[in-house]
Design a protein around this ligand. Structure first.
Ligand code: TPP
Length: 632
């Protein structure tokens, strides 16, 4: 049969396909995702798992009038391909290309911008209530959320509100029993029980009653239920069901890989008013055997061979150079071996931040708490109140979720919690939702908080060592995505004096103050500038708070022109801290602040984005040249 996908640009084209040919569309969609993701890497397993659901949704619903809201959005590749972006899909996640996540400015089919988890139900409720207020009674609103994202508190806040509001929304729970790592906690166990327990294994009479109300369409559902009695279990009106208790009508669990079955169920559910939840069972990575076998590895595998499934090493990967996350993971374990009070906390990112290294050796002392950043921080506060020293590792952009918990539960009580923020700074292909560019700004205005950023992985180790020494109080350490520098990083621990930076190089013309890994750009820039007979002093400040006043006084005394550089938002960040220090002492100097400007930066490689923002080595050189030119 001719290729069907080639003729599908929009859902209107998909709707012309005969129902019996939908499995072929799914096969072609899968093939395209494999082909594209193998050479242009991104998220993989999640999109593969929802191919049938995606096709069924666009077959049944009338997007963009009907609103489909993907939670996290890392599973929306099929949705993108079916909604006008098939021909651009090869630019997925690349500079100036399409975003790896649903993005309202990219397409009217992307009903809500996402990237962070557990927002879909709240957003769907808002959209549904707005439709009610606007008199758009026929508008359908669907939230699609994974079992991992269902562990996030916001998902429950949304369910609670929606159940009480009697809003007309459908929540589809895509249950593949996985987060990035295996899903954790009571909810995850509950979902497994729902699939296996005898109580859920029989068809309840309620389902027949509900569906009889909707006779014409109901017949489809009944036929499907009859056909799949072995696999399809259904519950209706059962208060022992969590979702029912919250005010939702629960349907399922059903086979999420039966595309025809799904279209029929969705057609039925369209006719049922009020809050409904359809529980579907899928396999992450479905259709690509290596991905089915190791879902964690294939969450975002990088480039791979589309036939053999061999995952290629990153082109810049030097086996001797470790990623910052590995240095964090190994160092945490080393410290935990020496200090029995140390515990580890990660909200659903054990392999992402490498806390799995500690988990393997010390399963009792390292905790995956689910996709629950606010909870992770307050849980750590509880541990700290009892004398433990928690290392909470949260990607910088996800830490935004925990702001009140950091202030109210940790800093206000001056607790010894160490916040390790991985992916601090521009992260690259994940784009605007994931850039960790706010943390220096939002951490430095919290009383009691130490705010630090290592220039390299040895500094990271030493900062981690320092943070777990007695009475350090709340201590944040942020480091970037990617590789460190030194070949031999397993050095002996050295305590770093809190609030002390270091002079890296002398110079006469301009002083550059750097924080974190941007110091390495300065090192490169100095080499280029020295060749031009321009002499630049360089200080690695290490701490944004407390800031090193001795260095600042020295710089103020010796230089008229100063540059600050940070891989973070300029406004309110490190450079602002320097300016505030100078202003408070009446010091008037020309200070140029380099970093991320006051706008959202899209996706690209980190290199491309550093360039765009002008704080890579070339950007520094240019800034220095311009300053010198003006002053001559
Ligand atoms: C607030 C937040 N924390 C962490 C993440 C990182 N993250 C991306 S996908 C994912 C797992 C999601 O699991 P699930 O919802 O079950 O979807 P699946 O990948 O299994 O399809 C996590 C933890 C995130 N996107 N947002």
């Amino acid at each position: 049969m001719a290729n069907l996908l080639e003729n599908i640009d929009y859902p209107s084209d998909l709707k012309k396909v005969k129902e019996k040919n939908l499995p072929q569309v799914c096969a072609e969609l899968r093939e395209m995702i494999i082909r594209e993701a193998s050479c242009n890497p991104g998220h993989f397993g999640a999109s593969m798992g929802v191919v049938e659901l995606t096709v069924a949704l666009h077959y049944v619903y009338n997007a963009p009038y009907d609103k489909l809201i993907w939670d996290v959005g890392h599973q929306a590749y099929g949705h993108k391909i079916l909604t006008g972006r098939r021909k651009q899909f090869h630019t997925n996640r690349s500079y100036k290309g399409i975003s790896g996540f649903p993005n309202r400015s990219e397409s009217e089919y992307d009903a809500f911008g996402v990237g962070h988890s557990s927002t879909s139900i709240s957003a769907a409720l808002g959209i549904s209530i707005a439709a009610q207020l606007n008199g758009e009674k026929d508008r359908k609103v669907v939230a699609i959320i994974g079992d991992g994202s269902m562990t996030g508190g916001m998902a429950f806040e949304g369910l609670n509100n929606a159940g009480g509001a009697n809003a007309d929304i459908l929540v589809i729970l895509n249950d593949n029993n996985m987060s990035i790592d295996p899903n954790v906690g009571g909810i995850s166990r509950y979902f497994v029980r729902m699939q296996t327990s005898k109580a859920y294994n029989k068809l309840r009479s309620g389902v027949w009653q509900v569906l009889k109300h909707f006779r014409k369409t109901g017949r489809n559902m009944l036929a499907l239920l009859r056909k799949h009695q072995h696999a399809v279990k259904s519950l209706v009106f059962d208060d022992s069901n969590l979702f029912e208790a919250l005010g939702f009508r629960y349907f399922g669990p059903v086979d999420g890989h039966d595309v025809v079955g799904l279209t029929r169920i969705l057609n039925d559910l369209k006719e049922i008013p009020g809050p409904k939840l359809l529980h579907i069972l899928t396999k992450k990575g479905k259709g690509f055997i290596p991905a089915e076998k190791d879902a964690t590895k294939w969450h975002a595998p990088g480039k791979f061979d589309a036939v053999t499934g061999e995952i290629f090493k990153e082109s810049d990967s030097n086996p001797k150079i470790a990623k910052y996350q590995i240095v964090f993971g190994q160092t945490l374990l080393e410290l935990a071996r020496k200090n029995s009070e140390i515990v580890g906390v990660t909200p659903a990112m054990p392999s992402g931040c490498s806390m799995n290294i500690m988990m393997e050796e010390m399963p009792d002392r390292a905790f995956d708490v689910g996709i629950a950043e606010p909870h992770a921080v307050t849980f750590a506060a509880g541990l700290a109140v009892s004398g433990k020293i928690p290392f909470v590792n949260i990607y910088s952009s996800f830490m935004q979720r925990s702001y009140d918990q950091i202030i109210h539960d940790v800093a206000l009580q001056k607790l010894n919690v160490v916040f390790c923020m991985d992916r601090g700074g521009l992260v690259g292909a994940d784009g605007a939702t994931h850039h960790g560019v706010f943390d220096l700004s939002f951490m430095r205005n919290i009383p009691n908080m130490t705010v630090s950023a290592p220039m390299d992985e040895i500094e990271l180790r030493n900062l981690m060592y320092t943070a777990q020494l007695p009475d350090k109080g709340p201590f944040s350490i942020r480091y970037p995505r990617g590789n460190g520098l030194n070949r031999e990083w397993k050095t002996d621990f050295v305590e770093i004096t809190v609030g002390k930076g270091r002079k890296m190089a002398d110079g006469n013309d301009v002083a550059i103050l750097s924080i974190g890994h941007t110091g390495n750009f300065v090192t490169q820039a100095r080499k280029m500038l020295t060749a031009e007979n321009i002499s630049v002093a360089h200080y690695d400040m290490r701490f944004v708070k407390p800031i090193d006043s001795e260095i600042l006084d020295e710089v103020a005394a010796g230089f008229d022109q100063i540059i600050t550089i940070e891989d973070g938002l300029i406004d309110g960040g490190f450079g602002s801290a320097v300016l505030e220090y100078f202003a408070s002492r009446g010091i008037q100097k020309k200070v140029v602040r380099l970093g991320v400007p006051d706008r959202f930066v899209e996706q690209g490689t980190q290199k491309e984005l550093y360039r765009e923002c002008g704080f890579d080595a070339e950007g520094i050189c240019q800034t220095v040249r311009d300053m010198i030119k003006v002053s001559v």
